[in-house]
Ligand binder design. Structure first.
Ligand code: ADP
Ligand code: ZN
Length: 205
């Protein structure tokens, strides 16, 4: 196979799911770096909505390693910026994208590309986030990573949203703009959500 040619039936989809701080970006970058070592043509996209650790043009991880990424906020923008010669397409923060990413990932994989998508699979309530459930279903490979619960040290599977240091209410928006909130990795046991204002009822447990 000459460089730049594709194994037309060799595409697949990989999803790296898990809570914040579980190492999804690190894992995505590791796979991207290894693809570069294998001399693959690689393109990295990252949703606009997240620029916690570095500039929006870079896929950042907590340990400071970075790979250049194209900032996008819709599937259409990925489609418009796609390099037709790219063999590996990586997308970080896929939970913020529209459902169209599922069809695009499938179509790229059908055309021989390796598609790697990293994203938080659950929102601050512990409920499915954006297109992640569908992406996990159509993927050939799914890895679900865990962080460490900051309260008790158990494997963390929930994103704890804190507003002014207090757990967010259930009716708080799924995506907050402005960054007034903070997040912690927590286990199921230590994860807390305050009831929605309207109901005025306490959680069952
Ligand atoms: P993600 O993309 O899943 O948000 P990153 O790859 O950006 O995660 O960061 C993972 C790194 O975050 C870990 O290697 C570790 O150094 C750091 N970290 C900070 N808080 C935690 C935590 N509570 N549990 C695990 N890792 C944490
Ligand atoms: Zn815990």
């Amino acid at each position: 196979m000459t460089s730049g040619s594709f194994q037309l039936n060799g595409g697949w989809i990989e999803v790296i799911a898990g809570v914040m701080f579980s190492g999804k970006s690190e894992e995505l970058i590791r796979r991207v770096r290894r693809s570069l070592i294998a001399r693959k043509r690689v393109q990295v996209f990252k949703s606009h909505l997240d620029n916690r650790y570095s500039g929006v043009y870079t896929v950042g991880s907590h340990d400071g390693r970075t790979v250049e990424a194209v900032p996008v906020d819709s599937t259409e923008q990925i489609a418009l910026r796609l390099d037709p010669m790219a063999q590996v397409i990586a997308v970080d923060e896929a939970q913020f994208l529209d459902i169209g990413i599922v069809a695009l990932a499938n179509s790229l994989a059908n055309r021989g590309r390796r598609v790697i998508l990293a994203g938080t699979d659950t929102d601050f309530r512990g409920e499915p986030f954006g297109p992640m459930p569908q992406l996990m279903c159509v993927a050939e490979v799914v890895d679900k990573l865990h962080a460490i619960c900051v309260m008790c040290g158990a494997p963390a599977t929930r994103n704890q949203r804190l507003i002014d240091g207090k757990p967010a209410r259930y009716d708080s928006p799924q995506v907050m703009v402005g960054g007034a909130e903070a997040y912690e990795a927590r286990c199921r046991n230590c994860h807390k959500i305050l009831p929605a204002e309207e109901s005025g009822t306490l959680p069952l447990f």
